[in-house]
Design a protein around this ligand. Structure first.
Ligand SMILES: Nc1ncnc2c1ncn2[C@@H]1O[C@H](COP(=O)(O)OP(=O)(O)OP(=O)(O)O)[C@@H](O)[C@H]1O
Ligand SMILES: [Mg+2]
Length: 228
């Protein structure tokens, strides 16, 4: 693969061991938000046997983002093919578990986003996901999801998560339109592009993009130091 193609194509993985944290919702929304921001074309990859993202994509009428059927064993090769095919971004949804398959997916990531609800159960469970991502040496960040407005729990969650890593400043609130928009294969960006939920998604994409750029810079500087 040409070096220039490699540098442009990026793989974002949504991971959290806790079920229902918002991985699938955010994977689909981030891909659409990235394309809306001109950072596409994006391709979605569903590695969850539940197949929720594929089911969403199957009822979607818009042509993009694309969905690529990929088995874990062929993931690295498939990602290289997708980069070659001209995609700028892959967004990968994963199941709520810690398995060898997820470890393999995280190894292929340029950036891992860990959605976490502001609940004590979710916060306690976050350690195993962080351990997996750190083991793979991948840049990651948390995003607080399904937050109730003005809840003290949200502030506490941000504080607790900050002890483990960077937390996205764009909190994703608990709003029915996130779920409702996905019923017929859309996202909040398409049902109400100027609404608060769509703004949160645009902000989240900007944050993820900035973090990816930042970690690329750090890696380049590390290489420079190594090579003197
Ligand atoms: N910000 C939100 N506001 C309201 N509902 C939400 C929000 N995010 C997700 N949901 C709803 O919460 C449920 C779980 O979300 P989602 O399926 O995205 O989580 P998940 O982490 O992919 O779950 P699983 O671990 O089972 O794969 C879904 O019913 C979804 O519609
Ligand atoms: Mg899911």
């Amino acid at each position: 693969m040409a070096e220039s193609t490699k540098a442009r194509f990026r793989v974002i993985v949504l991971a959290s061991q806790k079920g229902g944290a918002g991985k699938t919702t955010l994977a689909a929304h981030l891909a659409v938000a990235a394309e809306a921001a001109g950072a596409g074309p994006a391709v979605l990859i569903d590695t969850d046997p539940q197949g929720s993202m594929s089911a969403w994509w199957n009822v979607r009428t818009a042509d993009s983002p694309a969905l690529a059927p990929v088995s874990i064993t062929e993931l690295p090769k498939k990602l290289a093919d997708l980069a070659q095919a001209g995609f700028a971004l892959a967004v990968v949804d994963t199941p709520p578990a810690i398995t060898d398959a997820i470890t393999a997916v995280v190894r292929a990531a340029d950036f891992v986003l860990i959605p976490t609800r502001p609940s004590p159960h979710d916060l306690r469970a976050v350690g195993s996901t962080v351990a997996l991502v750190e083991e793979a040496g991948k840049p990651f960040a948390f995003v607080v999801t399904q937050a109730k407005p003005n809840a003290r729990l949200t502030v506490q969650a941000v504080t607790a998560l900050s002890a483990h890593g960077v937390v996205a400043p764009s909190i994703v609130h608990d709003r029915v339109d996130f779920a409702a928009s996905m019923i017929d294969g859309r996202t909040v960006i398409e049902t109400d592009g100027k609404g608060r939920s769509a703004i949160e998604m645009a902000e989240l994409w900007n944050f993820v993009l900035a973090r990816m750029d930042e970690s690329t810079k750090v890696r380049k500087n590390e290489k420079k130091v190594q090579h003197g």
